[in-house]
Design a protein around this ligand. Structure first.
Ligand SMILES: *Cc1c(COP(=O)(O)O)cnc(C)c1O
Length: 373
Protein backbone atom coordinates (compact mmCIF):
# COMPACT_ATOMS: atom_id res chain seq x y z
CA UNK A 1 0.00 0.00 0.00
CA UNK A 2 1.15 3.57 -0.64
CA UNK A 3 2.51 5.45 2.32
CA UNK A 4 0.14 7.30 4.60
CA UNK A 5 -0.90 10.85 3.73
CA UNK A 6 -1.18 12.62 7.08
CA UNK A 7 -3.59 15.38 8.02
CA UNK A 8 -0.90 17.87 9.04
CA UNK A 9 2.58 16.64 9.68
CA UNK A 10 5.82 18.24 10.91
CA UNK A 11 7.82 19.66 8.03
CA UNK A 12 11.58 20.09 8.41
CA UNK A 13 13.22 21.17 5.18
CA UNK A 14 16.75 20.66 6.40
CA UNK A 15 18.99 17.66 6.95
CA UNK A 16 21.64 19.98 8.36
CA UNK A 17 21.24 19.77 12.12
CA UNK A 18 24.24 21.96 13.01
CA UNK A 19 21.95 24.41 14.78
CA UNK A 20 21.13 21.65 17.28
CA UNK A 21 24.79 20.74 17.67
CA UNK A 22 25.60 24.36 18.45
CA UNK A 23 22.97 24.38 21.16
CA UNK A 24 24.35 21.21 22.73
CA UNK A 25 27.91 22.49 22.47
CA UNK A 26 26.88 25.64 24.30
CA UNK A 27 25.34 23.44 27.04
CA UNK A 28 22.26 25.72 27.23
CA UNK A 29 19.94 22.76 27.00
CA UNK A 30 17.39 23.63 29.65
CA UNK A 31 14.76 26.34 30.04
CA UNK A 32 17.02 29.38 29.83
CA UNK A 33 19.33 30.40 27.03
CA UNK A 34 19.86 32.60 23.99
CA UNK A 35 17.60 30.65 21.61
CA UNK A 36 14.57 31.30 23.82
CA UNK A 37 15.23 35.05 23.83
CA UNK A 38 15.86 35.08 20.10
CA UNK A 39 12.77 33.01 19.33
CA UNK A 40 10.64 35.40 21.38
CA UNK A 41 12.18 38.42 19.63
CA UNK A 42 11.63 36.90 16.21
CA UNK A 43 7.92 36.41 16.89
CA UNK A 44 7.68 39.90 18.39
CA UNK A 45 9.14 41.21 15.11
CA UNK A 46 6.60 39.27 13.06
CA UNK A 47 3.68 40.57 15.14
CA UNK A 48 4.89 44.17 15.54
CA UNK A 49 2.69 46.58 17.53
CA UNK A 50 5.10 46.39 20.50
CA UNK A 51 3.62 43.08 21.55
CA UNK A 52 5.64 40.94 23.96
CA UNK A 53 6.07 37.18 23.55
CA UNK A 54 6.72 34.49 26.17
CA UNK A 55 7.98 31.09 24.96
CA UNK A 56 6.31 28.17 26.76
CA UNK A 57 6.16 24.39 26.64
CA UNK A 58 2.71 24.32 24.99
CA UNK A 59 -0.19 26.34 23.69
CA UNK A 60 -2.32 24.87 26.46
CA UNK A 61 -0.06 26.29 29.16
CA UNK A 62 -0.16 29.66 27.35
CA UNK A 63 -3.96 29.71 27.69
CA UNK A 64 -3.66 28.70 31.34
CA UNK A 65 -1.24 31.56 32.05
CA UNK A 66 -3.49 34.05 30.20
CA UNK A 67 -6.33 33.08 32.54
CA UNK A 68 -4.01 33.39 35.55
CA UNK A 69 -2.93 36.87 34.43
CA UNK A 70 -6.61 37.82 34.30
CA UNK A 71 -7.01 36.53 37.87
CA UNK A 72 -9.49 33.87 36.88
CA UNK A 73 -10.13 31.73 39.93
CA UNK A 74 -12.51 29.29 41.55
CA UNK A 75 -16.16 29.87 40.63
CA UNK A 76 -15.45 32.58 38.04
CA UNK A 77 -17.25 32.26 34.73
CA UNK A 78 -15.33 32.30 31.45
CA UNK A 79 -16.98 32.37 28.03
CA UNK A 80 -15.55 29.91 25.49
CA UNK A 81 -16.12 28.98 21.85
CA UNK A 82 -17.73 25.51 21.67
CA UNK A 83 -16.37 24.62 18.21
CA UNK A 84 -12.72 23.95 19.06
CA UNK A 85 -10.15 21.55 20.45
CA UNK A 86 -10.41 20.56 24.12
CA UNK A 87 -7.20 22.48 24.96
CA UNK A 88 -9.14 25.73 24.58
CA UNK A 89 -11.44 24.93 27.50
CA UNK A 90 -9.40 22.71 29.82
CA UNK A 91 -7.32 25.56 31.28
CA UNK A 92 -10.58 27.18 32.46
CA UNK A 93 -11.19 24.03 34.48
CA UNK A 94 -7.58 24.00 35.76
CA UNK A 95 -8.44 27.35 37.37
CA UNK A 96 -11.55 25.94 39.03
CA UNK A 97 -13.58 28.31 36.86
CA UNK A 98 -16.81 27.63 34.99
CA UNK A 99 -16.96 27.60 31.17
CA UNK A 100 -19.95 28.99 29.30
CA UNK A 101 -20.13 27.84 25.70
CA UNK A 102 -21.03 29.88 22.62
CA UNK A 103 -22.05 28.52 19.23
CA UNK A 104 -20.36 29.33 15.92
CA UNK A 105 -21.63 31.59 13.18
CA UNK A 106 -21.74 30.33 9.61
CA UNK A 107 -19.18 32.56 7.83
CA UNK A 108 -16.08 31.74 9.87
CA UNK A 109 -17.29 28.82 12.05
CA UNK A 110 -15.91 30.83 14.99
CA UNK A 111 -17.67 32.48 17.94
CA UNK A 112 -21.06 33.96 17.07
CA UNK A 113 -21.16 37.62 18.23
CA UNK A 114 -24.96 37.52 18.60
CA UNK A 115 -24.94 34.60 21.02
CA UNK A 116 -21.92 36.04 22.79
CA UNK A 117 -23.87 39.18 23.64
CA UNK A 118 -26.93 37.15 24.66
CA UNK A 119 -24.78 35.10 27.02
CA UNK A 120 -23.19 38.17 28.61
CA UNK A 121 -26.60 39.80 29.15
CA UNK A 122 -27.94 36.58 30.65
CA UNK A 123 -25.05 36.38 33.13
CA UNK A 124 -25.21 40.09 34.01
CA UNK A 125 -28.86 39.61 35.00
CA UNK A 126 -27.78 37.20 37.74
CA UNK A 127 -24.81 39.37 38.70
CA UNK A 128 -22.27 36.98 37.26
CA UNK A 129 -20.10 39.08 35.00
CA UNK A 130 -17.85 36.74 32.97
CA UNK A 131 -14.15 37.27 33.68
CA UNK A 132 -12.90 36.55 30.15
CA UNK A 133 -13.91 35.42 26.67
CA UNK A 134 -11.84 32.84 24.76
CA UNK A 135 -12.22 33.20 20.99
CA UNK A 136 -10.58 30.75 18.56
CA UNK A 137 -9.38 31.32 14.98
CA UNK A 138 -10.30 27.76 14.20
CA UNK A 139 -8.49 25.92 11.36
CA UNK A 140 -6.57 29.16 10.75
CA UNK A 141 -9.71 31.13 9.82
CA UNK A 142 -9.89 34.52 11.58
CA UNK A 143 -12.95 35.09 13.78
CA UNK A 144 -15.26 38.10 13.28
CA UNK A 145 -12.94 40.41 15.17
CA UNK A 146 -14.70 43.77 14.62
CA UNK A 147 -17.94 42.51 16.13
CA UNK A 148 -16.31 40.48 18.91
CA UNK A 149 -13.97 43.28 20.02
CA UNK A 150 -16.86 45.74 20.09
CA UNK A 151 -18.77 43.51 22.50
CA UNK A 152 -15.64 42.97 24.61
CA UNK A 153 -15.23 46.74 24.87
CA UNK A 154 -18.93 47.47 25.47
CA UNK A 155 -19.07 45.12 28.47
CA UNK A 156 -15.45 45.55 29.50
CA UNK A 157 -14.63 41.83 29.40
CA UNK A 158 -11.16 40.93 28.07
CA UNK A 159 -10.65 38.50 25.20
CA UNK A 160 -8.06 35.72 25.09
CA UNK A 161 -7.35 34.89 21.45
CA UNK A 162 -6.64 31.20 20.91
CA UNK A 163 -4.80 31.54 17.61
CA UNK A 164 -3.01 28.20 18.14
CA UNK A 165 -3.75 27.30 14.52
CA UNK A 166 -3.72 30.76 12.96
CA UNK A 167 -0.10 31.94 12.70
CA UNK A 168 0.08 33.88 9.42
CA UNK A 169 -3.68 34.50 9.08
CA UNK A 170 -4.96 38.08 8.71
CA UNK A 171 -8.19 39.90 9.47
CA UNK A 172 -8.38 43.24 7.65
CA UNK A 173 -4.58 43.58 7.44
CA UNK A 174 -4.09 42.71 11.10
CA UNK A 175 -2.42 39.45 12.11
CA UNK A 176 -4.18 36.80 14.11
CA UNK A 177 -2.44 36.59 17.46
CA UNK A 178 -2.73 40.37 17.96
CA UNK A 179 -6.43 40.70 18.82
CA UNK A 180 -6.62 39.46 22.39
CA UNK A 181 -5.65 41.16 25.61
CA UNK A 182 -3.63 37.96 25.59
CA UNK A 183 -3.20 35.72 22.56
CA UNK A 184 -1.47 32.40 22.00
CA UNK A 185 0.16 30.29 19.29
CA UNK A 186 0.91 26.58 19.48
CA UNK A 187 3.99 24.92 17.97
CA UNK A 188 2.78 21.38 18.44
CA UNK A 189 3.85 18.93 15.72
CA UNK A 190 0.69 19.36 13.66
CA UNK A 191 0.72 23.16 13.50
CA UNK A 192 2.06 25.50 10.76
CA UNK A 193 5.53 25.43 12.30
CA UNK A 194 6.64 23.25 15.18
CA UNK A 195 9.08 23.17 18.07
CA UNK A 196 8.07 19.49 18.51
CA UNK A 197 6.01 20.71 21.46
CA UNK A 198 5.67 24.32 22.47
CA UNK A 199 3.69 27.51 22.39
CA UNK A 200 3.82 31.22 23.10
CA UNK A 201 1.79 33.67 25.10
CA UNK A 202 1.44 37.11 23.54
CA UNK A 203 1.10 40.07 25.92
CA UNK A 204 0.50 43.79 25.42
CA UNK A 205 3.35 45.02 27.62
CA UNK A 206 6.60 44.06 29.33
CA UNK A 207 5.00 44.00 32.78
CA UNK A 208 2.62 41.21 31.76
CA UNK A 209 5.47 39.39 30.05
CA UNK A 210 7.56 39.52 33.24
CA UNK A 211 4.62 38.25 35.31
CA UNK A 212 4.02 35.41 32.83
CA UNK A 213 7.68 34.36 32.92
CA UNK A 214 7.56 34.47 36.72
CA UNK A 215 4.51 32.16 36.81
CA UNK A 216 6.03 29.88 34.14
CA UNK A 217 9.24 29.37 36.14
CA UNK A 218 7.78 28.17 39.47
CA UNK A 219 7.06 31.75 40.68
CA UNK A 220 10.50 31.96 42.26
CA UNK A 221 10.67 34.34 45.20
CA UNK A 222 13.42 36.69 46.28
CA UNK A 223 14.79 34.46 49.05
CA UNK A 224 16.08 30.91 48.75
CA UNK A 225 13.29 28.44 48.02
CA UNK A 226 10.66 30.78 49.43
CA UNK A 227 7.51 31.36 47.43
CA UNK A 228 4.35 33.31 47.99
CA UNK A 229 2.18 31.96 45.17
CA UNK A 230 1.62 28.87 43.04
CA UNK A 231 3.97 28.67 40.08
CA UNK A 232 4.22 26.39 37.08
CA UNK A 233 6.96 24.67 35.13
CA UNK A 234 5.85 25.96 31.74
CA UNK A 235 8.92 27.48 30.08
CA UNK A 236 10.10 26.40 26.63
CA UNK A 237 13.40 24.52 26.46
CA UNK A 238 16.33 26.26 24.78
CA UNK A 239 16.80 23.13 22.63
CA UNK A 240 13.26 23.37 21.29
CA UNK A 241 13.61 27.11 20.75
CA UNK A 242 16.47 26.22 18.36
CA UNK A 243 13.98 24.12 16.37
CA UNK A 244 11.60 27.07 16.41
CA UNK A 245 14.23 29.45 15.03
CA UNK A 246 15.03 27.00 12.25
CA UNK A 247 11.32 26.60 11.43
CA UNK A 248 10.73 30.36 11.37
CA UNK A 249 13.14 30.64 8.43
CA UNK A 250 10.60 28.85 6.24
CA UNK A 251 7.42 30.21 7.81
CA UNK A 252 6.43 32.30 4.76
CA UNK A 253 7.05 29.37 2.45
CA UNK A 254 4.99 27.06 4.66
CA UNK A 255 2.03 29.44 4.78
CA UNK A 256 2.25 29.91 1.02
CA UNK A 257 2.27 26.15 0.56
CA UNK A 258 -0.84 25.70 2.73
CA UNK A 259 -2.64 28.39 0.75
CA UNK A 260 -1.63 26.65 -2.48
CA UNK A 261 -3.09 23.44 -1.06
CA UNK A 262 -6.37 25.30 -0.75
CA UNK A 263 -6.29 26.36 -4.40
CA UNK A 264 -5.56 22.76 -5.41
CA UNK A 265 -8.56 21.57 -3.36
CA UNK A 266 -10.74 24.20 -5.04
CA UNK A 267 -9.97 22.74 -8.42
CA UNK A 268 -10.60 19.17 -7.21
CA UNK A 269 -13.88 20.17 -5.56
CA UNK A 270 -15.21 22.05 -8.57
CA UNK A 271 -16.12 18.73 -10.15
CA UNK A 272 -17.47 16.96 -7.04
CA UNK A 273 -21.16 17.56 -6.33
CA UNK A 274 -22.72 18.06 -2.91
CA UNK A 275 -19.45 18.98 -1.22
CA UNK A 276 -18.60 22.55 -0.19
CA UNK A 277 -15.02 23.58 0.54
CA UNK A 278 -14.63 26.06 3.40
CA UNK A 279 -13.68 29.44 1.90
CA UNK A 280 -12.72 32.90 3.09
CA UNK A 281 -16.08 34.71 3.31
CA UNK A 282 -14.67 38.16 2.57
CA UNK A 283 -11.64 39.35 0.61
CA UNK A 284 -10.25 41.11 3.70
CA UNK A 285 -10.07 37.80 5.54
CA UNK A 286 -6.92 35.78 4.88
CA UNK A 287 -6.81 32.28 6.31
CA UNK A 288 -3.54 30.40 6.56
CA UNK A 289 -5.57 27.30 5.62
CA UNK A 290 -3.91 25.33 8.38
CA UNK A 291 -6.52 22.71 7.58
CA UNK A 292 -8.81 22.56 4.57
CA UNK A 293 -12.35 21.58 5.51
CA UNK A 294 -15.41 20.42 3.61
CA UNK A 295 -19.08 20.15 4.45
CA UNK A 296 -20.90 17.24 2.81
CA UNK A 297 -24.45 18.11 1.75
CA UNK A 298 -25.09 15.14 -0.42
CA UNK A 299 -28.28 13.07 -0.54
CA UNK A 300 -26.39 9.85 -1.38
CA UNK A 301 -23.26 10.05 0.77
CA UNK A 302 -22.44 11.22 4.29
CA UNK A 303 -19.20 12.68 5.60
CA UNK A 304 -18.51 9.27 7.13
CA UNK A 305 -18.74 7.61 3.69
CA UNK A 306 -15.99 9.97 2.55
CA UNK A 307 -14.00 9.36 5.74
CA UNK A 308 -14.17 5.60 5.24
CA UNK A 309 -13.08 5.82 1.61
CA UNK A 310 -10.09 8.00 2.51
CA UNK A 311 -9.14 5.72 5.40
CA UNK A 312 -9.23 2.68 3.10
CA UNK A 313 -6.78 4.49 0.85
CA UNK A 314 -4.40 5.26 3.73
CA UNK A 315 -5.28 8.96 3.71
CA UNK A 316 -5.76 10.69 7.05
CA UNK A 317 -8.97 12.74 7.20
CA UNK A 318 -10.92 13.67 10.36
CA UNK A 319 -14.36 14.88 11.27
CA UNK A 320 -14.60 18.50 12.38
CA UNK A 321 -14.56 19.34 16.12
CA UNK A 322 -17.06 17.57 18.33
CA UNK A 323 -18.59 20.63 20.04
CA UNK A 324 -17.35 21.07 23.59
CA UNK A 325 -20.84 21.69 25.00
CA UNK A 326 -21.75 18.15 23.88
CA UNK A 327 -18.73 16.44 25.49
CA UNK A 328 -19.72 14.17 28.38
CA UNK A 329 -17.55 16.04 30.91
CA UNK A 330 -18.75 19.47 29.77
CA UNK A 331 -22.47 18.92 29.11
CA UNK A 332 -23.41 20.31 32.49
CA UNK A 333 -22.28 23.85 31.60
CA UNK A 334 -24.39 26.56 29.98
CA UNK A 335 -24.52 26.83 26.20
CA UNK A 336 -25.82 29.74 24.17
CA UNK A 337 -26.53 29.01 20.54
CA UNK A 338 -28.35 26.92 18.06
CA UNK A 339 -27.05 23.92 16.14
CA UNK A 340 -24.39 25.48 13.91
CA UNK A 341 -21.39 23.74 15.52
CA UNK A 342 -23.34 20.51 15.89
CA UNK A 343 -24.28 20.44 12.19
CA UNK A 344 -20.67 21.19 11.23
CA UNK A 345 -19.58 18.16 13.26
CA UNK A 346 -22.22 15.94 11.64
CA UNK A 347 -21.46 16.99 8.06
CA UNK A 348 -17.86 18.14 7.96
CA UNK A 349 -14.40 16.72 7.40
CA UNK A 350 -10.87 18.12 7.48
CA UNK A 351 -8.58 17.11 4.65
CA UNK A 352 -4.81 16.53 4.48
CA UNK A 353 -3.21 19.99 4.49
CA UNK A 354 0.49 19.58 5.35
CA UNK A 355 2.88 22.08 3.80
CA UNK A 356 4.82 19.08 2.46
CA UNK A 357 1.93 17.65 0.36
CA UNK A 358 3.03 16.73 -3.16
CA UNK A 359 1.19 16.64 -6.47
CA UNK A 360 1.38 12.85 -6.23
CA UNK A 361 -0.46 13.03 -2.90
CA UNK A 362 -3.11 15.27 -4.44
CA UNK A 363 -3.66 12.82 -7.30
CA UNK A 364 -4.36 10.10 -4.72
CA UNK A 365 -6.75 12.41 -2.86
CA UNK A 366 -8.49 13.40 -6.10
CA UNK A 367 -8.97 9.75 -7.01
CA UNK A 368 -10.92 9.15 -3.79
CA UNK A 369 -13.11 12.20 -4.41
CA UNK A 370 -13.81 10.91 -7.91
CA UNK A 371 -15.37 7.76 -6.39
CA UNK A 372 -18.24 10.00 -5.28
CA UNK A 373 -19.01 11.63 -8.61
C1 LIG B 1 -3.17 22.84 19.26
C2 LIG B 1 -4.21 23.67 19.90
C3 LIG B 1 -4.12 24.09 21.25
C4 LIG B 1 -3.09 23.56 22.20
O1 LIG B 1 -1.81 23.68 21.84
P1 LIG B 1 -0.72 22.66 22.43
O2 LIG B 1 0.55 23.32 22.05
O3 LIG B 1 -0.95 21.36 21.74
O4 LIG B 1 -0.91 22.58 23.89
C5 LIG B 1 -5.08 24.94 21.74
N1 LIG B 1 -6.09 25.35 20.99
C6 LIG B 1 -6.23 24.98 19.71
C7 LIG B 1 -7.39 25.50 18.93
C8 LIG B 1 -5.31 24.10 19.14
O5 LIG B 1 -5.47 23.68 17.88
Amino acid sequence: MSSKIWLSKPHFNTTNLDFLKETFNSNWISTTGPNIDEFEKSIENILGNDLKVVALNSGTSAIHLALKLLNVGIGDEVICQTFTFCATVNPILYCGAIPIFIDSEKDTWNMCPVYLEKAIQNRLKVNKKPKAIIVVDSYGMPAKWDELLEISKKYNIPIIEDSAEALGAFYKNKMCGTFGKYSIFSFNGNKIITTSAGGVLICNNTKDKAKAIHLATQAKGIGHFQYNEIGYNYRMSNVLAALGLEQLKSLKEKIKQRRLNHIRYKSIMSSVGGVALKEEFDEKIVSNFWLNCIVVNNSKFSNIDFLNAFTENNIDVRTLWYPLHMQSYLKKYLFFGDRVAEVLFRKGLCLPSSSSLTEKDFLRIEKVFNLFK
